[in-house]
Structure formats: structure tokens, C-alpha cells
Design a protein around this ligand. Sequence first.
Ligand code: ADP
Ligand code: MG
Length: 261
Amino acid sequence: MSTNCLEIRNLHATIAANGTPILNGLDLTLPKGEVHAIMGPNGSGKSTLAKILAGHKAYEVTDGEVLLDGNNLFDMEIDERARAGLFLAFQYPLEIPGVSNANFLRAALSARLPEGEEIDAVSFYKQLRAKMSLLDMDTKFTGRAVNEGFSGGEKKRNEILQMMLLEPTYAVLDETDSGLDIDALKIVARGVNAMRTPERGILLITHYQRLLNYIQPDHVHVLANGRIVRSGDRTLALELEEKGYDWIREADEAAAAAAGA
Ligand code: ADP
Ligand code: MG
């Protein structure tokens, strides 16, 4: 057990409504200071993993554990997980009608302060504008309702903006590259790269290796059938791009058959 990583051990999870297994013994350790990528075919359980870390009620954890700096994640309420330094950006970000982006971000930051303390408005807006400028976001997005009517790419940038303000210890970004054109992809990558520090671990979930041209991961993991079936360095992502996912699935099924599973 380490106090310097997000550790996922033997995680098994099902769909709560019908018991269908989705994660089947997923192991992954994300140390601070590293960027890991999870790649995998559609339907392999990537988003399910992100949602389970966030405490989504649609899934039931049936075995295994997740340790956040050595603390059991599943013992923590959702807000505690955020306060403990976990941040998740979802594949389909939620819209929050009636709540301005700026107020939402201020509330999220305030929630982490001790009772009675407040965010200084002037320094908050200064910080907000600086980060929006790095992400090439128009300041009009401060006053708009969170993600409401945002294009796909604008939502993704907004997720990165949230991450930049919240400065989490561990960030899990689910398909932050999907639906982005190449310019937007570079901007999002710039935001993520600006967040790489020895004090932070970042988990990039992506179907395509394209994002990894701009954010170079320290490790690449392949998720298939609900568990990590391969881990390697960046070259694994290139190999996947070249050969697709089938060769991994086939090798995995052959290994399972040989093991009598
Ligand atoms: P990925 O993100 O890797 O494409 P997901 O984690 O979204 O895959 O989904 C994994 C599998 O679980 C898919 O077959 C998906 O249809 C199914 N699934 C996920 N969540 C639910 C749910 N709430 N209800 C029913 N099926 C689900
Ligand atoms: Mg997904």
C-alpha cells in the first residue's frame, strides 16, 4: 500500500440493475507524477471504471478495492473523494441549467475550504481568466450556464478548466479527446500538460492514440473484457493504432481458454 498513488486492486463490478459483470478484476496503479493512458475497444468498461470511481449508483462493486493515497475510496462519500483530491472528467459532461460556470467553479473551490472561509472574488476571477486564456476560451463562458448549449469541444475544454482550477491530486479524464478537431485537441493537450507535476497523477482514458501524440503518457494500459490485459510504454499505443484491438482480444481469449477459464 502506498500513500502516493491511486491504486485499483482486483476491481470487479456489475450493473446494479441486472447483475451483468462489466469489470472483471481490474488492476492499475497510478503514482503521483505520472500520466497513464487506458485504451480499449468500445464497450470494454472504460467509462464504467470512471463512473465507479465517482460513486455512480448504476454500478455495484462486487470485489476488490480502490485506495486513494492509502485510504479506501469506497468508504468515502462523493464530496469527500473530491476533497481528498480526486477529479473526474466524464465522457458526456453534465449540463447544469441555471448555474453559471463562474458560480459553479467558485462553489466547487469554496467547498474545499474550512467552514467560514471564502474565496477572494478578485483573485478568483483573475485566476479564472488566466486559465481560460490558456485554453483559448472566450470569457463569455464564465456567465453561461454550466455546459448548457456548449458544443462537444467546448464541454471538453470546460472540463479541463474545472481541473485546472481544482488542482486535483489525481485526475481521470474520460475521452477528453472525443469530438475535438485538431486545434481543440492541441489546446486541451496544452491544458493537461500544464497540469503535469510530480504531485499529480493523471489517467487518460481514450479510444484513439491520437491524443497521445500531444500528451505523452509514461505508461499505456489496454482494457479488454473488464480488465487490463496489456501494459507497456507509449509504443503499445502505436502498436494498437497499427493493428487494432482484435489481436489483443484474440490473445486474451486464447490465454483464458488455456487457463481453463
Ligand atoms: P467504454 O467506455 O469502454 O466504451 P462502457 O464502460 O461505457 O464502455 O460500457 C461497458 C459495457 O457496459 C457496455 O457494453 C455498456 O453497454 C454496458 N453498460 C455500461 N453502463 C451500463 C448501464 N448503466 N446499463 C446497462 N449497460 C451498461
Ligand atoms: Mg466510454
